[in-house]
Design a protein around this ligand. Structure first.
Ligand code: GDP
Length: 442
C-alpha cells in the first residue's frame, strides 16, 4: 500500500540527506520531489497544491534551516501536514442508546459495499451487538443472495423482500423488523451502479430522506484512484455523508486517493478495508496512515491486529509461559495456526518498518506450505519432545521427518529456530507492548 508515494518521499529525503547541509535551494528541490511523488500517487492536483503550500511555508521557515537535523524536521512537517489533512479521527459508529441506529451504506458497484456490510457486522459482533442487514440493493440480481450468504457466515439476520422493487419500502420494512427484533443496529446495503447516474443518486437521496438513516457511509474503492475521487464528489453532493470507508488498500493501490477523497468530501475516513476477509477492516488513524505513507511503519496497528486474533486470557497465558521459559513447540504450533490465517501475516508484515518487502514472500503458496510443513512436523513429535525438543536425537529426527513427509534437515532447522527464539520470546514477554514492538522492528 502507498508504495509509490512512500518510495518517492523516501528518495526525496535521501537526496536531501546526501547534500549534507540543507539550504533554501535544495530544500525547494526536496519539496519538488515531494510534490511529484504525491501527484504520482494519484493525489489530485488541487489537493497537492494545498498541501505543498502548507508544507513549504513551514519548511522554508528559518527554524527548519537552522535546526540541527533539517531533513528530520522536514519529514516531521510532511508527516504532521499529512496527518492534518487526513484527520480528524472518528471511527465511532455513533450507536444510539435507544432504538436501532440506522447505517446506510452506499457506493459504486464493485466498490466493496456489500463486503463492508459484512465487515461492519463482524466488528459489531465483536462488541456484542448483532445488527440486522437489509438487502436494499435491488439492482444487482445476485446482491440479495450475496448478503444472505454473508449473514449466514457471520450468523447475522438478513432482511430481504426479493419481490419488492421499491428500495424505500424495503428499507422501512427492514427498520420495522429491527425494532421487532430489538436490534441495536440496522445496516442498509443499497444499490450501486457501475458509474454514477442520476437515477442512482435520486434513489439514494430518496432513501436518505424517507428512511432518515443516522449515519450514511460511502464506500470507495482505493484502487480506482482518480475515479474514486470523482464518485466521492458526486455522492457527497447528492447525500449528506457522515463518513467514508476506503476499500482495497491491501493491493497496490497508490493510496493518494485517500487524501483527495478526504479533501473533496470533508467527512472523516472511518475505516479502511485491507482484504477480502471480514476481519480486514481497520479503524482509520491519520497518524498511522501518515507514518505508513512515509514508510516509518505502524507498530500500533500491528499490535492492534495481533490483539484481535489472540484474546486477553490466551495472551496472558502465553506471556506467562514465555516469561517462565515454559513456552513449548505446542504453543508455537498454536501461534502458527493463528497467524497462518490467509492474508494476516502479510498484512502485519506490511505494517512493520522495512518489512513491506517480505509481504509477498509471506503470502506466497510456498510460505503457506512452509507453515503447514512446520505444523505437520510438530504433530509428528511426542508430547515430551514438544515440551523439550532437546531430547530429540538424530534417529528420532529422521523418524519424525518421515512421519511428517519432509527431509530430516527440516526438523533440525525447526528445532534450532525454536531454541533460538525461546530466550528472545522470554525477554519480550517481560517488556511492555511498545518495548516489544521496538524489539521486533530492530
Ligand atoms: P459491491 O458491489 O460494492 O457490493 O462490492 P462487493 O462487496 O461485492 O465487493 C467487490 C469485490 O471486491 C469482491 O470480490 C470483494 O471480495 C472485493 N473486496 C471488497 N473489499 C475489499 C478489500 O478491502 N480488499 C480487497 N482486496 N478486496 C475487497
Amino acid at each position: 500500500m502507498f508504495d509509490s508515494l512512500s518510495e518517492g518521499l523516501q528518495s526525496a529525503f535521501k537526496s536531501l540527506r546526501g547534500k549534507g547541509k540543507l539550504t533554501e535551494g535544495n530544500m525547494r528541490e526536496g519539496l519538488d520531489i515531494v510534490q511529484r511523488s504525491l501527484l504520482e500517487a494519484d493525489v489530485s492536483y488541487p489537493v497537492v497544491q494545498d498541501f505543498m503550500q502548507h508544507v513549504s511555508e513551514r519548511a522554508l521557515g528559518k527554524k527548519v534551516l537552522l535546526s540541527l537535523r533539517p531533513e528530520e524536521e522536514l519529514v516531521g512537517i510532511v508527516q504532521s501536514e499529512l496527518t492534518a489533512i487526513l484527520g480528524p479521527v472518528d471511527s465511532s459508529l455513533h450507536l444510539k442508546t435507544e432504538g436501532p441506529t440506522i447505517i446506510m451504506m452506499c457506493g459504486l458497484q464493485g466498490s466493496g459495499k456489500t463486503t463492508t456490510c459484512g465487515k461492519l457486522s463482524q466488528l459489531l459482533k465483536e462488541q456484542k451487538v448483532t445488527p440486522l442487514l437489509v438487502a436494499a440493493d435491488l439492482q444487482r440480481p445476485a446482491a440479495i443472495e450475496q448478503l444472505k450468504v454473508i449473514g449466514q457466515q457471520l450468523d447475522v439476520p438478513v432482511y430481504a423482500e426479493p419481490d419488492n422493487k421499491n428500495p424505500v419500502e424495503v428499507c422501512n420494512n427492514g427498520v420495522a423488523r429491527a425494532k421487532e427484533l430489538g436490534s441495536r443496529v440496522v445496516i442498509l446495503d443499497t444499490a450501486g451502479r457501475l458509474a454514477i447516474d442520476e437515477e442512482l443518486m435520486a434513489e439514494l437521496a430518496k432513501i436518505d430522506k424517507k428512511v432518515s438513516p443516522d449515519q450514511v457511509y460511502l464506500v470507495v474503492d482505493g484502487m480506482t484512484g482518480q475515479d474514486a475521487v470523482n464518485s466521492a464528489d458526486a455522492f457527497n453532493k447528492a447525500l449528506e455523508l457522515d463518513g467514508v470507508v476506503m476499500t482495497k488498500l491491501d493491493g497496490d493501490a497508490r493510496g493518494g486517493a485517500l487524501l483527495s477523497v478526504k479533501h473533496v468530501t470533508g467527512v472523516p475516513i472511518k475505516f479502511i478495508g485491507t482484504g477480502e476477509h471480514f476481519d480486514a477492516l481497520e479503524p482509520f488513524r491519520p497518524e498511522g496512515m501518515a507514518s505508513r505513507i512515509l514508510q516509518m511503519g505502524d507498530i500500533v496497528a500491528a499490535a492492534h491486529e495481533a490483539h484481535r486474533i489472540v484474546d486477553d486470557r490466551e495472551r496472558e497465558e502465553l506471556e506467562a509461559k514465555m516469561a517462565s521459559g515454559d513456552f513449548t513447540l505446542d504453543d508455537f504450533k498454536n501461534m502458527m495456526e493463528k497467524v497462518s490465517k490467509p492474508g494476516l501475516m502479510g498484512r502485519m508484515m506490511g505494517l512493520m518498518p522495512g518489512m513491506g518487502q517480505f509481504k509477498d514472500a509471506l503470502e506466497s503458496d510456498e510460505a503457506a506450505g512452509g507453515i503447514r510443513q512446520t505444523i505437520g512436523a510438530i504433530n509428528s513429535m511426542t508430547a515430551e519432545e514438544r515440551r523439550n525438543p532437546k531430547v530429540i536425537d538424530s534417529a528420532r529426527r529422521s523418524r519424525i521427518a518421515k512421519g511428517a513427509g519432509v527431509q530430516t534437515p527440516v526438523i533440525s532447522q525447526l528445532i534450532k529456530q525454536f531454541e533460538f527464539m525461546k530466550p528472545m520470546m522470554q525477554a519480550m514477554a517481560g517488556g511492555s507492548v511498545m518495548d516489544r514492538a521496538k524489539m521486533m522492528s530492530q
